[in-house]
Design a protein around this ligand. Sequence first.
Ligand SMILES: NC(=O)c1ccc[n+]([C@@H]2O[C@H](COP(=O)([O-])OP(=O)(O)OC[C@H]3O[C@@H](n4cnc5c(N)ncnc54)[C@H](OP(=O)(O)O)[C@@H]3O)[C@@H](O)[C@H]2O)c1
Ligand SMILES: [Zn+2]
Ligand SMILES: [Zn+2]
Length: 337
Amino acid sequence: MKAWILEKQAKIEEKPLRLAEVLTPHAKDGEIRIKILVCGVCRTDIHIAEGDLPLRKSPLILGHEIVGIVDEVGKDVKNFKVGDKAGVSWLNGTCGKCKYCLSNRENYCPDIKSTGWDEDGGYAEYITISEDTALLLSASGLEPADIAPLLCPGIAGYAAFKLTDAQKGSRLGLYGFGPTAFCVLKVAKSMGIEVYVGTRSPKNMEDAINAGADWAADTSKKQMPCKLDSAIVFPPAGNLVEPALSQVENGGKVVLAPVSSSPIVIENYSENLWGRTIETLYNVKKSEADEFLEIADRLQIIPERGVFPFEELQDVLIAVRHGKAKVANSVIEISAG
Ligand SMILES: NC(=O)c1ccc[n+]([C@@H]2O[C@H](COP(=O)([O-])OP(=O)(O)OC[C@H]3O[C@@H](n4cnc5c(N)ncnc54)[C@H](OP(=O)(O)O)[C@@H]3O)[C@@H](O)[C@H]2O)c1
Ligand SMILES: [Zn+2]
Ligand SMILES: [Zn+2]
């Protein structure tokens, strides 16, 4: 099969990926094989390609926002059949035996495996995956290219949102308005939650209001109009944490979504942290992915996205790296079906 492979990490402008012919995988017992239609681009792909994250196998196929059609099922597969629409996200597998896996907290499994990092990902014609981890999408009315961006930002945003415990009538703050916050906003508004967005760029403010936000402004210049019950900080900017805490009422919570962050300093403990909780998002559970995809289908959550040819992957990665992507989410078309 054709696949983009990474053998040696380098700056993305040096084009470290190579389009190569590699062995087509076959579904082992308990696995399915997916003929990939599309794979969405994520900044994490760039972090792996450039060496911000270590290379865990070589050659490696990147990509973890995968949608395709099941074309082979291994022995004992129960929940998928050939022809089903299926997806693969960042979660590629867990040990199934540790205290976390046995208590429905597999997101903390020390042996968690990630798609397009520990295992080959989606910038290829086929992928194999355990049926326990694959996402069944046959019931979804959304287009594959609309589903792909939901598979990383969407799922992660939903998991962060669940950590806030936000309920109907409560006030939720979103700091940063990228693809992840967009999905959270859609879910929160459908539940009757008031949503206040802090974001710097006028385009993001406009997008937030158009997507249903009750208020959007640059919170470094303008304070939110009311106190919040909870908030989520999306960008890896530690300087946003104390302002978010100060906006939250006693008993409230600030959820931190980033996987890395600049230093977090709380200068005024008594005013801004005392009485509040900070919680971090650490990987996402399979059940949260299934739940969110069902909600996204029901609410018709369709992120802004552009579709690009398979051959142009490296140019797309360069554009995303430099903030020059034409759309919020870039999706690579691998097969027309
Ligand atoms: N924990 C997990 O398992 C997991 C999984 C997936 C994703 N994530 C995290 O989810 C987060 C959201 O990702 P995303 O791609 O949707 O958004 P993002 O690009 O990281 O940031 C969202 C927005 O925040 C604003 N922003 C960026 N840097 C900022 C800064 N230094 N100060 C203030 N605002 C800043 C930008 O809007 P303005 O320019 O308009 O301010 C940007 O559009 C990421 O941090 C990612 O690491 C976590
Ligand atoms: Zn991702
Ligand atoms: Zn485990």
